[in-house]
Each structure stands twice: as C-alpha cells, then as structure tokens.
Design a protein around this ligand. Structure first.
Ligand code: A3P
Length: 315
C-alpha cells in the first residue's frame, strides 16, 4: 500500500491545485503572502471605501478569526444563529482566487470566482469582514478612524502550532513541512503576513487607544466567553438582553461552532483547507515545542515584547 495516493478530500480541490502557474508565495509591500493574495487586491484595499459601520475582524492568522467573526455575527443577530445570512460571509478581504495565472475558476464555488473586496461591494450594512493585512497595508480610512476593528490576539506558541497544522497541507512553502523549519521561519518576517511580533505590535502600538479598535485576547475569550461577548456588543453599540447574551455564548462555544462550521463548509463546498476548528484550547504548544525550542522562544518573546505593555497568557 506504500504507493497508494493520498485520498482527495471530499470537499474538492486543494488550494495548491488551484494556483495554476503562480508561485506559492508572493511578496507585497515587503510582506510574504500565500498566492491568493493578489497585487490588485492589495492596491484596491489601501484606498478602500470603508463604511462607518463596517466591522473588520483583523488578526494574525490562526488567532481565532472565525471565532470572533461568529461572535460578531451572533451579536448582530441578537443571538439567533438561524438569522445569520451565511451567503454574506466573506473570505479574507485580500483573497483573490481568480487573478491572472491561477487555474480557471469554473470549478470554484461562486464566492471564490470574484475577488472578495469586489463581492462585498453592494452588501447591506453592517458588513462583517475578516482580514490578515498588516497595519501598513490596511485601508487608509481605517487608520484614520473609520469602521470598527475587532482585533484578536493569541499567545504566539499556541498560534504557531495552530498555524503549522493549517499551513502544512496547503503547501505554500517547503519550510512548513517540518515543525522545526516552520518554527525557525515563524520567528522571522519571512513568515506569511510577516512575523507574529511585527504584525501584532504594529497594530497594538499604533491603535490600542483608538476608539474604532477593540483588542480581544483568545485566552480571555476561552476563560470568560460571556465577558468577551458583552465587550463586543458594547463596542458595536448593541445592547443585548441577558437572554440574548446567553444565546450568543451558547452558539459561540467550540462544540457549537464545530458542529455548525462543518455543515456550512460542506454546504458551501469550501475547498481544501483543513477544518478551521481544530482543538481550540490554550496550552497546546506543550505537545509540540521541545524544551530547547521553548527556551529559545521565551527569550525571543521577552526581547520583542519588552516595553510593549502587552502580556499574553500561555496556559
Ligand atoms: P487550533 O488550531 O489551536 O485548534 P482562525 O479562525 O484565525 O483560523 O483560528 C483558528 C483557531 O481558532 C483554531 O485553533 C480553532 O480551533 C480555534 N477556534 C475556532 N473557533 C473556536 C471556538 N469557538 N473556541 C475556541 N477556539 C476556537
């Protein structure tokens, strides 16, 4: 059985299958991205016309983006999950699967045949977006105070493990095949979206006091989901009854989301990517980091975070 080909996922072709002749990674404004982030998207987003009530969930990938998007959607739906319009759930704003050079889009699900930033143009307000764009590439209007940004931070060790599991099957970079080469790259700005530290500290240093930014931490959300939900509701100017908050919390748990997301994924024919919801815990890094890797990473963490006033929980 050694030469048996790996079974193709029932969900369709992988991202690697779709990229055609494009390189697996591309660099825009000095930052590496996976191939489906196009130059035209990056340019369009810099001058994007942001609405006052747009909600941009902004994260370094694997920080809990989909969790925060779901909480926002549930808050807007007063906790009635069945009222969320799943056709208005965009992929990251910078994704553009149909750029010149990619495989023809005829076998893509409809939501991937048009660049995300184009798809959402006429959506009704309030629009809910996700993005992994670094601070210097965000729409200028956001940095000037327009729109509402829910920014999620997660401790860099759990995030590294989550990202490694996610990137491995997508074959963006040979360094991702082994945990140790992945971790080496993860500590540098050669990582997709730039390094964890550069990405998060740029937002934190520049925007932590801005009224249009809400900073959440994954570990706080795990510890006390209810408080996080109330924070999001307050930030969005929605006053929810206690019962509505209960409904949001109930539907935003790991188990509830796991059930729902698998259904949504198969219904929309989402391709290739391993399920967004994996273990969903704090402290998973202990199963992956060696003692030496942990010590080296702690040293780097102290150097990078010193003076930032930002503290992350690792367990
Ligand atoms: P793990 O891979 O550690 O399990 P993103 O949405 O940014 O891609 O982040 C995905 C990570 O968030 C995954 O982490 C996933 O399991 C976790 N996650 C998603 N929904 C969650 C929830 N309701 N509760 C806790 N973690 C959640």
């Amino acid at each position: 059985m050694a030469d048996e080909k790996p079974k193709k996922k029932a969900s369709g072709p992988s991202l690697a299958d779709l990229k055609g002749d494009l390189p697996s990674e591309v660099v825009h404004d000095g930052v590496p991205f996976p191939w489906m982030v196009s130059e035209r998207a990056v340019k369009a987003l810099k001058d994007y016309d942001v609405r006052d009530d747009d909600i941009w969930v902004t994260t370094y990938p694997k920080a809990g983006t989909h969790w925060a998007v779901e909480i926002v959607n549930l808050v807007l739906a007063d906790g009635h999950e069945e009222n969320i319009d799943r056709t208005k759930q965009a992929k990251p704003m910078e994704f553009d699967f149909t750029q010149p050079g990619a495989k023809p889009p005829d076998h893509l699900p409809p939501d991937m045949r048009i660049p995300t930033y184009e798809q959402v143009k006429d959506w009704p307000s309030p629009r809910v977006f996700m993005t992994h764009l670094p601070e210097h590439m965000m729409p200028k209007q956001i940095c000037e105070g327009k729109g509402k940004i829910v920014f999620v931070l997660r401790n860099p060790k759990d995030l590294a493990v989550s990202m490694w599991h996610f990137l491995l099957p997508n074959k963006f970079n040979p360094k991702h095949e082994q945990w140790n080469t992945f971790l080496e790259q993860y500590c540098t700005d050669e990582m997709v979206c730039g390094s964890y530290f550069t990405y998060n500290l740029n937002f934190w240093n520049k925007h932590r006091l801005d009224e249009n930014f809400l900073f959440l931490k994954y570990e706080d959300m795990k510890r006390d989901l209810r408080t996080a939900v109330v924070q999001v509701a307050d930030f969005l100017g929605r006053s929810l009854s206690d019962e509505a908050v209960d409904r949001v919390v109930d539907k935003a748990t790991l188990d509830s989301m796991k059930q729902r997301f698998n259904t949504v994924e198969s219904k929309s024919g989402k391709i290739g990517a391993p399920s967004i919801i994996r273990k969903g815990i704090v402290g998973d890094w202990k199963t992956q980091f060696t003692v030496a890797q942990n010590e080296a990473f702690n040293k780097l963490y102290r150097e990078k975070m010193e003076g930032s006033g930002l503290h992350m929980d690792f367990e």
